[in-house]
Design a protein around this ligand. Structure first.
Ligand code: ZN
Length: 263
């Protein structure tokens, strides 16, 4: 019987992909036939009778394949596929980042049950690092605020986002980030949905917020430009597989519904 193990093959944080750019998952025998040098293998997830592993190998040119970063694959993966591939990448990062105890420097060992590495000297467990972030769509009637972030070379607009600092609630982060990045005050903060975002280990908490007052003044550190956009005259927005795209689409649907009722 064909076993149901599938490997994400990763080298230098890039995924093995076909020549046409699709993410490839290999069975055990296919992986062996690549004749690659395995560095580490970790279970990622099981789904029904399927077991997903991530196998990290020494970087190597593999004839008939290419290596692509997860960001390069964003447009083609479904949200589920992105989540599992993202988890694979984060499991590997955790493996390499916690081989030694940060407190005493001794090698760690694999925890017997959890996805954790343990220092037996200090009795400390090291879990994969998660960084909670807020992401928000600020709205003003039929308009929403979208920003061109400095991390994007091309002119692309999306929601505002930021890391939650220690001792801060997500709502406080949201108010602080909106003020720092665009100089606006907001109210009526409503939680919408969330998404793991493995670049490198964010957990995005998505919110809507209503504009109160202020004039857009961008910080230029994180944002090049920010504008109010009418719901039916939007620039190119992120794909619906990202939480940013989802928040914007939800807002558009809501305004369409409200304006149809008005008419
Ligand atoms: Zn230790």
């Amino acid at each position: 019987m064909q076993n149901a193990i599938r490997h994400y093959v990763v080298a230098d944080e890039k995924f093995l992909c076909s020549e046409d750019g699709s993410l490839v998952l290999l069975g055990d025998s296919d992986l062996i036939s690549l004749s690659v040098e395995l560095i580490v293998k970790h279970p990622v997830k099981s789904h029904g009778d399927k077991f997903f592993y991530v196998s990290c190998i020494q970087p190597k040119h593999v004839a008939g394949y290419q290596w692509l970063s997860l960001r390069n694959l964003l447009e083609q993966l479904s949200e589920d596929e992105l989540q599992t591939a993202g988890r694979a990448l984060q499991v590997l990062r955790w493996h390499f980042d916690h081989q030694y105890c940060g407190r005493c420097g001794n090698p760690t060992v694999q925890h017997s049950q959890d996805l954790a590495k343990t220092c037996v000297h200090c009795a400390v467990d090291f879990y994969p690092r998660l960084s909670p972030c807020i992401i928000t769509l600020v709205t003003r009637g039929d308009e929403c605020l979208l920003a061109w972030h400095t991390r994007s070379k091309e002119e692309k607009y999306s929601c505002l986002a930021g890391f939650i600092e220690v001792g801060e609630s997500p709502e406080q982060t949201l108010e602080r980030e909106v003020m720092e990045e665009v100089g606006l005050r907001v109210k009526n903060i409503r939680y919408a949905s969330s998404q793991p975002w493995p670049f490198p280990g964010q957990l995005m908490l998505g919110y809507f917020a209503d504009y109160v007052d202020g004039v857009i003044k961008v910080d230029k550190q994180e944002i090049y430009r920010a504008h109010w956009f009418q719901y039916n005259q939007l620039p190119k927005i992120p794909p619906a597989t990202s939480i940013s795209g989802r928040l914007i689409n939800t807002f558009v649907q809501e305004r369409l519904r409200i304006n149809t009722i008005k008419d």
